[in-house]
Design a protein around this ligand. Structure first.
Ligand code: COA
Length: 320
């Protein structure tokens, strides 16, 4: 048995902030952002938190799968921007959708989170522990961005993507994940600082900090490396893959991956122009779009690959 995605859904808040909108408070311009990143706009939430976005994406995925929430045995939300430190966003989703038989918890693997979640449920399914899972990537990164830092805030957007995963004969062929905690300061967001009755200070909250060029160098090397590794380890010819769904961080990273992998850009779908980088939501949002517009056909071979803070990375090869 393996894990198969049987339903997919996505949701982003209504409010759209264009590059032009950013120029009202930031020394930047549309041409720079488009040329360096491929981003034209991003969704920014003013009222719905991470759990609300996750819940809406989950409801859509469950409707797409045509199952009852009560059939779900495990809910995993991949997020680093939950509404509350505890309980988990997954607990919020579980309660909101009525998945009353499910165990629920969050994972933090930044932009690799959706692949990590798939990897985890694949293990549970292969072990025969669960048959039906709900995995969600959900982020409201807008609240941890430093909106005065033009080199980072222009990149990210809010959104959520969800998948219902079920035990089946075909589906995920292999997942591959990795981490390098020695690079944990290349991209990070400080949580509440250590202040208490002994220190007497007031806890401070941090904003996202990023060494953009280091992340860029890591991504252009790591994405082709893990895609090649998963092709090799599964004995899959690169031409036999219909779509390479790569984490939507920067169009130049996608183009570099295309060149290094010798895979044409028409096999690497792109929606970053409208969403920016939605972290762990980017791959399921893309999957959802392609499912709805008919680009994904049952039986297609897909490779998904993500990377992010940690540093983390992950890839999956699966039959749709
Ligand atoms: N608008 C206009 N100018 C900007 C700008 C902006 N939004 N942001 C930076 N600049 C300026 C810089 O100040 C610098 O000016 P200078 O040459 O006068 O000093 C110049 O543009 C070049 O900056 P640099 O940082 O070298 O640009 P870059 O080509 O490396 O692009 C990123 C910056 C952030 C777009 C790029 O490094 C990147 O995408 N990295 C990956 C980040 C990422 O994907 N993170 C998430 C991973 S999950």
């Amino acid at each position: 048995m393996t894990a198969r995605i049987i339903g997919i859904g996505a949701y982003a808040p209504d409010q759209v902030v264009t590059n032009q909108d950013l120029t009202k408070f930031l020394d930047t311009n549309d041409a720079w952002i488009r040329e360096r990143t491929g981003i034209g706009a991003r969704h920014v939430s003013t009222s719905e938190g991470t759990s609300a976005l996750a819940t809406e994406a989950a409801k859509r995925a469950i409707a797409d799968a045509g199952i009852s929430p009560e059939e779900i045995e495990i809910v995993i939300v991949a997020t680093s921007s939950p509404d509350r430190a505890f309980p988990s966003a997954a607990a919020d989703v579980q309660g909101a959708i009525g998945a009353k038989h499910a165990v629920a918890f969050d994972i933090t693997a930044a932009c690799s989170g959706f692949i990590y979640a798939l990897h985890i449920v694949q293990g549970f399914i292969q072990a025969g522990i669960y048959k039906t899972a709900l995995i969600i990537g959900a982020y409201t990164l807008s609240k941890v961005l430093d909106w005065t830092d033009r080199s980072s805030c222009i990149l990210f957007g809010d959104g959520a993507g969800a998948a219902v995963v079920r035990a089946d004969e075909t589906g995920v062929v292999k997942t591959l994940v990795g981490s390098d905690g020695t690079k944990n300061d290349v991209l990070y967001c400080q949580a509440r600082s250590l202040e208490n009755c002994l220190t007497g200070g007031k806890p401070e909250l941090g904003f996202m900090q990023m060494d953009g060029q280091e992340v860029f160098k890591f991504a252009v090397k790591k994405v082709p490396e893990i895609v090649n590794a998963i092709l090799e380890e599964t004995g899959t010819d690169r031409e036999a893959v219909q779509h390479y769904l790569l984490h939507q961080a920067n169009i130049r990273i996608l183009e570099a991956a295309s060149r290094r992998l010798k895979v044409p850009m028409d096999k690497i779908p792109v929606n970053i122009e409208r969403y920016g980088n939605t972290s762990a939501a980017s791959i399921p949002i893309l999957l959802d779009e392609m499912h709805r517009d008919g680009r994904l056909k049952r039986g297609d071979t897909l490779v998904m690959a993500g990377f992010g803070a940690g540093l983390t990375w992950g890839a999956a090869l699966m039959t749709w």
